[in-house]
Write a protein that binds this ligand. Structure first.
Ligand SMILES: CC(C)(COP(=O)(O)OP(=O)(O)OC[C@H]1O[C@@H](n2cnc3c(N)ncnc32)[C@H](O)[C@@H]1OP(=O)(O)O)[C@@H](O)C(=O)NCCC(=O)NCCS
Length: 174
């Protein structure tokens, strides 16, 4: 099977990206969030994985900050890989490409709210110290994860500020 290529998403990729989400998330409608993020003025990194002409994976990293200090951080999500291309390392490559870009930008941490069984494989640690924009259910404490990007730096503390599309309470609750 051909190796996937990871590249920055283009405006012309939007329809293919939006088609991918219902296939990867049959029980959850992430299309409005993805559309709002990609069509708005949000500062983000949108990456696609392609195989030939087909878009087989997508991830968004949103530029956020620590409210009190303005320290830049990035929030990972959503991430999806076409069901027929899962377990081939594509999700891991999308994560690694985004993390590498934010490390180059000297961002201190990448955060994610997701399954620790999956994200720990990429180096995320549970129970990020930064406070989520809205309270999360207690049982999700382990799912709020961080990856420090600068060796030896202390975990960031304070309140995480996220841009508009990420401020919806529903994104942070069961
Ligand atoms: C989760 C997802 C992005 C992973 O992408 P992927 O390309 O299949 O991931 P990779 O190939 O890099 O890694 C696959 C490994 O992760 C494991 N894995 C995948 N999802 C997992 C999960 N939720 N929990 C634990 N492990 C998981 C697989 O078992 C596999 O390991 P194995 O091959 O050793 O068994 C993809 O499966 C997907 O789009 N799923 C549906 C949407 C979703 O749940 N997204 C979550 C992020 S918000």
């Amino acid at each position: 099977m051909a190796e996937p290529t990871i590249r920055a998403a283009l405006p012309s990729d939007l329809a293919d990206i939006l088609d991918l989400y219902p296939k990867a998330f049959p029980d959850e409608d992430l299309v409005p969030l993805v559309r709002e993020l990609l069509e708005g003025e949000v500062d983000l990194l949108s990456l696609v994985a392609t195989r030939g002409e087909a878009i087989v994976g997508h991830v968004i990293f949103t530029a956020c900050k620590v409210e009190e200090t303005g320290e830049p951080v990035a929030l990972l999500g959503p991430l999806c890989v076409s069901p027929d291309c899962q377990r081939q390392g594509i999700g891991s490559r999308l994560i690694a490409a985004g993390v590498a870009e934010f490390a180059r930008r000297e961002v201190r941490e990448v955060l994610v709210l997701g399954d620790p069984a999956y994200y720990s494989r990429a180096g995320f640690k549970p129970r990020a110290a930064l406070k989520t924009p809205c309270p999360i259910p207690r049982e999700w404490a382990e799912a709020w994860q961080t990856m420090p990007l600068q060796p030896g730096s202390q975990p960031l503390t304070g309140q995480l500020w996220v841009p508009g599309p990420w401020q919806a309470k529903a994104l942070w609750s069961a």
